[in-house]
Design a binder for this molecule. Structure first.
Ligand code: ATP
Ligand code: MG
Length: 202
C-alpha cells in the first residue's frame, strides 16, 4: 500500500473506533430532566451564554423567566431584546453592586424580596427555563441564605431548567448543579483600555 493509502486506512480505523465510543455514550444518555447549570469564573461569557440558551429555548416555544440580581445598567441589548418576546418574563431584582448602594441592610432586604419573586417562578411549572443572572453575588455577600436557595432549587418542577451565572459560585451550589462551566479569563479588551461596547459587552 502507498504511504497515503496506509495513512487513510489508519485514519478510517481510528475514526471508526471513535464513532463506536461516541455512539455508546449517546446511547447511555437515555433520559431527560430539568437541569441546573452554573456558569462561573472570571472570564467573559457567563451571562451571554445564559441568554444564548434562553434564545434557544424560545426557539423551541418554551417559556423563559429571567431574574437579574445585580443591576448595573438598564440599557443592555439582551434586556431590550428579551422584553419584546411574548414568552419571556423579565425581573430586575437588584439595585447595583454594594459599592454603589453602600447600604448593607438595604441590599439584604432587596435580595430577600428578590428571592421571594424567584420562588414564585420556581414553583410555576409553566416556566421551562429560568435564568438567575448574577445570583452568586447575593450568595457570596451573605444577603441570601444558601441553604434556602438550594432547597428551593431542589423542589422546583422536575422538568424546569435553571441557569445561574456569576463569579465565585459557592461549592455547594456547584455540587448541586448538573453542569458547571468555569469561564477562564485569558485576556479581556477592557484591560487594554477599551470601553464596554454595544453588542459585545452590553
Ligand atoms: P457577559 O455578559 O459579556 O457574558 P459575564 O456575565 O461573563 O459577561 P460579568 O462579570 O457579569 O461577566 O461582567 C459583565 C460585564 O463585564 C460585561 O460587559 C463583560 O464584557 C465585562 N467583563 C466580563 N469579564 C470581564 C473581565 N474579565 N474583565 C473586564 N470586564 C469583563
Ligand atoms: Mg454576567
Amino acid at each position: 500500500m502507498t504511504e497515503t493509502g496506509d495513512r487513510s486506512q489508519r485514519h478510517r480505523v481510528r475514526m471508526q473506533r471513535k464513532k463506536e465510543i461516541v455512539d455508546a455514550a449517546i446511547a447511555r444518555a437515555d433520559h431527560t430532566k430539568g437541569l441546573l447549570l452554573v456558569l462561573t469564573g472570571n472570564g467573559k461569557g457567563k451571562s451571554s451564554s445564559a441568554f444564548g440558551m434562553a434564545a434557544r429555548a424560545l426557539g423551541h416555544g418554551m417559556r423563559v423567566g429571567v431574574a437579574q440580581f445585580i443591576k448595573g445598567r438598564s440599557d443592555t441589548g439582551e434586556e431590550a431584546f428579551f422584553r419584546k418576546q411574548a414568552n419571556v418574563v423579565w425581573h430586575v431584582l437588584g439595585e447595583g453592586f454594594t459599592w454603589d448602594t453602600q447600604d448593607l441592610e438595604r441590599d439584604t432586604e432587596t435580595a430577600r424580596q428578590g428571592w421571594a419573586v424567584v420562588q414564585t417562578l420556581l414553583r410555576d411549572p409553566s416556566f421551562d427555563l429560568i435564568v438567575l443572572d448574577e445570583l452568586t453575588y447575593p450568595l457570596k455577600f451573605g444577603w441570601l441564605d444558601l441553604n434556602q436557595v438550594l432547597d428551593d432549587l431542589k423542589n422546583r418542577p422536575p422538568m424546569q431548567h435553571v441557569i445561574i451565572t456569576g463569579r465565585g459560585a459557592p461549592e455547594a451550589l456547584c455540587n448541586a448543579a448538573d453542569t458547571v462551566t468555569e469561564m477562564a479569563d485569558i485576556k479581556h479588551a477592557f484591560r487594554a483600555g477599551i470601553q464596554a461596547q454595544s453588542g459585545i459587552d452590553l
